[in-house]
Design a protein around this ligand. Structure first.
Ligand code: SF4
Length: 407
């Protein structure tokens, strides 16, 4: 039972990827604009936002676990649940029913789909949880007059300093790739690119607020601005449609961001190996592009890659790394890997270990395969035992540490 009427403070708990972190930072700014203050602990919060992740069952279980924690509170905050769990139950490509989600989270007051996250302040106003005055002030603030006339001065923002200096800017949402193990195309829906104007305006505003580093985020940043046909052409024939000229729209975007004064470093995440064109590889030489690049490989074995519906081979991945190293010898690579995918043998797993020895990743997110309801891989028998998955995980992690220490 909600016992606070006018909300004054908020706390956001974020799970998952950079896209979720970027969304949470944006929401915290919006909430600050309507006069709410971010607090570090849930105890002090009138409003609690959970920005959820669905990638692994464990991530979902952490969210469901909040019911037990919140049950101990006599005065509960107003609870908003957003992120991929809500997308998985309410989006066009839902994996489970909204009724099921409601049954598991009866303690939630408001469900918000991830693509609709910034509607939260409006919805709070509609429900009378924020004042008309603060809402009006927000509208003034949104005229972009940051400074004396604005309602919230920059120093009032509850956004953390490191988040101001390293601004995460989402450039696209969703995914159409349907890798067989992944829930993102269901949870986040169709891949949609933000307009160039919106992105550049957000980057410039971030710089005004003090950003030195800009991280462009999305599930597939390289395919930003491409329609389905163009993506298909690129992924099946490695070429762009003639009307796009000889450059990926994302390459052009990088050039534009690189020209914005005040930025010292540009990073982007996530990239898939199958969306790299030579013009993008060449753009890595731009002066502000970071020397860290995250490219998800997922497995070092071609049969497993095929079962994962990845659109690249191990050979193509290695060749891409070599091409990038030619233009940027200082480039450090990060990757994502899944061990214990259905039917993966020890030998096939060792191919992934071999890839680690060759590429020498600086960063590696190693996950044990977890079956996700509604995905294509859930139809395959999850036949690698948990013990074996754990062994492969530990083996790869130790190998990665060893290689990193040798570097
Ligand atoms: S590219 Fe594959 S792994 Fe990445 S979000 Fe899309 S479906 Fe998931």
């Amino acid at each position: 039972m909600l016992s606070r009427k006018l909300l004054k403070t908020f706390h956001i708990k974020t799970y998952g990827c950079q896209a979720n972190i970027a969304d949470s930072i944006k929401l915290s700014e919006e909430l600050a604009n309507i006069g709410l203050f971010e607090v570090d602990s849930l105890e002090e919060a009138d409003l609690f936002v959970i920005n959820s992740c669905s990638v692994r069952q464990k991530s979902e279980d952490k969210v469901y676990g909040w019911g037990r924690i919140l049950g101990k509170y006599t005065v509960k905050p107003y609870i908003v649940l957003t992120g991929c769990i809500v997308g998985s139950a309410r989006g066009k490509r839902r994996r489970f029913s909204f009724k099921e989600l409601e049954r598991k989270t009866p303690w939630v007051n408001m469900y918000v789909e991830p693509n609709d996250l910034l509607s939260v302040p409006d919805r709070l106003l509609e429900k009378g949880f924020t004042t008309k005055e603060s809402y009006e002030n927000r509208k003034n603030y949104n005229t972009n007059e940051i400074g004396e006339k604005s309602f919230c001065k920059l120093s009032d923002f509850s956004v953390k300093k490191e988040n101001i200096e390293n601004a995460l800017v989402n450039i696209s949402y969703g995914c159409d790739n349907f890798c067989t193990y992944c829930v993102v195309p269901y949870a986040r829906g169709e891949e949609v690119s933000r307009s160039q104007g919106d992105i550049l305006a957000e980057v410039k505003e971030a710089v005004k607020k003090g950003a030195k580093k800009i991280t462009l985020c999305g599930q597939n940043v390289n395919s930003w601005g491409l329609n389905r046909e163009a993506k298909f052409k690129l992924r099946t024939g490695g070429v762009l449609p003639p009307e796009l000229g000889d450059k990926l729209p994302f390459t052009k975007l990088l050039h534009d961001v690189n020209q914005i004064e005040g930025i010292k470093e540009i990073e982007f995440i996530s990239s898939n190996p199958f969306d790299f064109t030579q013009d993008l590889i060449d753009a890595l030489k731009l002066e502000k592009i970071s020397n860290y690049l995250h490219i998800a490989v997922q497995s070092g074995n071609n049969d497993i890659l095929q079962k994962m519906n990845r659109r690249h081979t191990v050979e193509e991945f290695k060749s891409l790394i070599n091409k990038i190293r030619k233009v940027r010898p200082d480039m450090e690579f990060g990757t994502d890997v899944i061990v214990g995918f259905p039917s993966e043998t020890r030998d096939q797993f060792m191919d992934t270990a071999d890839l680690f020895r060759k590429v020498k990743f600086s960063v590696a997110f190693i996950s044990m395969y977890s079956q996700r309801k509604g995905t294509a891989a859930a139809l395959l028998k999850d036949d690698v035992s948990r013990k074996e998955k754990r062994w492969r995980h530990n083996y790869l992690l130790s190998l990665w540490r060893e290689i990193k220490n040798e570097k």
